[in-house]
Design a protein around this ligand. Structure first.
Ligand SMILES: [Zn+2]
Length: 180
């Protein structure tokens, strides 16, 4: 099910998400919602806190840039090794209309539980490595803006506040069909 994505700044986007005890049906449903919402946006990664759910679950799909990769859901992901540095112009589904160069590790190794609760380890690079770092940041209440200067962050905060106000005051679309 496609769900609403919280827009930054939002208090839930600054909170630390709790680890998942067991990958049960509710976690699998959350993973399904994350994929549905990410593809509808569209985006290449999404973290549960962006849906207002403070649990350590992320989904990724970087096939558009890395055809050899595949869609991945990660529960309780932990970065266990980082190497090199790279910069990439990142956006975020919670910060629409903005993108900035962010410096991150070039290669990462991540340990996580898959959607069946099985422990996995993935070594990755390129956009997938960047997306893993971006999404795991969301699980500790960080967004990519936290890697930038306070001035840049303040300017984007101003623009986002204005966008949120405009959205809130926009008239809802006219009902179609049998509205009474
Ligand atoms: Zn994001």
């Amino acid at each position: 099910m496609v769900r609403d994505i919280l827009l930054w700044p939002h208090p839930l986007l600054s909170q630390v998400a709790a680890p998942v005890d067991a990958v049960d049906a509710s976690v699998q449903a959350l993973i399904g919602d994350l994929f549905d919402t990410m593809y509808a946006a569209p985006g290449v990664g999404l973290a549960a806190p962006q849906l207002g759910v403070l649990r350590q679950v992320i989904v990724l799909d970087t096939r558009a840039r890395q055809p050899e990769s595949c869609p991945i859901a990660m529960v309780n992901p932990r970065l266990v090794a980082l190497a090199g540095t790279t910069t990439y112009r990142e956006g975020c589904l919670s910060i629409p209309g903005e993108a900035e160069e962010v410096e991150r590790a070039e290669r990462v190794s991540v340990e996580y539980l898959d959607e069946l609760g099985q422990p996995q380890r993935l070594d990755c690079e390129g956009l997938l490595a960047i997306a893993v770092q971006h999404e795991t940041d969301h699980l500790v209440g960080r967004v990519y803006l936290d890697h930038l200067s306070p001035l840049t962050r303040a300017l984007i905060r101003q623009r986002m506040r204005r966008r949120k106000r405009e959205r809130a005051s926009a008239r809802p679309a006219a009902p179609v069909g049998e509205a009474l």
